[in-house]
Design a protein around this ligand. Structure first.
Ligand SMILES: Nc1ncnc2c1ncn2[C@@H]1O[C@H](COP(=O)(O)OP(=O)(O)O)[C@@H](O)[C@H]1O
Ligand SMILES: [Mg+2]
Length: 156
């Protein structure tokens, strides 16, 4: 699965729909199991973080660009389209013939990592929740952007 998302508040919902549909095909289950729902939740938090935090530099803000179409959500986290890209990839891996299948999702943005604030107030729980919902979360903040890798073994 490969998805290029706009840097816009509608991106997390779009990503959730695509991943849910991909997992349904993969697992043949409807509704999805809790493991899959947890993975979708964590992925959505990672996409939200890219939208919220990676593109806040003043020179990346594009107030002239409109949201992508009438279906875009209102009550946006950012309210403006910003330059940049968030790419979501998904694939299935198996360590050995007898091992369980596991799903790997990566959320890659080409923005800039921001060190978490020392006092996040009421915020700052997203990364911890992601770690609570999937087997493994790896975050790699690079100069050219951030890579978040989520890995989850499938029960089916
Ligand atoms: N993709 C990202 N790009 C830049 N900074 C990020 C990204 N993801 C997370 N961060 C940093 O990590 C912090 C913690 O993220 P999180 O736990 O989700 O809390 P919150 O989003 O509520 O601030 C963010 O405030 C931000 O500083
Ligand atoms: Mg967050």
């Amino acid at each position: 699965m490969h998805l290029e998302l706009p840097v816009h508040a509608s991106a997390p919902a779009q990503a959730r729909r695509e991943v849910a549909s991909w997992l349904q095909q993969l697992c043949g289950l409807l509704p999805l199991c809790e493991v899959a729902e947890g993975l979708i939740f964590a992925m959505s938090e990672a996409v939200t973080n890219s939208i919220d935090h990676a593109f806040v530099e003043a020179d990346t803000i594009r107030p002239d660009v409109q949201p992508p179409g009438p279906s875009a959500t209102t009550g946006q986290a950012c309210g403006q389209e910003r330059l940049g890209l968030v790419i979501l990839d998904g694939w299935v891996a198996k360590a050995s013939a007898s091992a369980k299948r596991h799903v790997v999702l990566t959320v890659v943005d080409d923005g800039r990592w921001r060190p978490p604030p020392t006092d996040p107030g009421n915020r700052g729980r997203g990364l911890a929740m992601m770690k609570g919902f999937v087997d493994q979360v790896d975050i790699d903040p690079k100069p050219e952007g951030t890579v978040v890798r989520l890995q989850q073994a499938l029960e089916c």
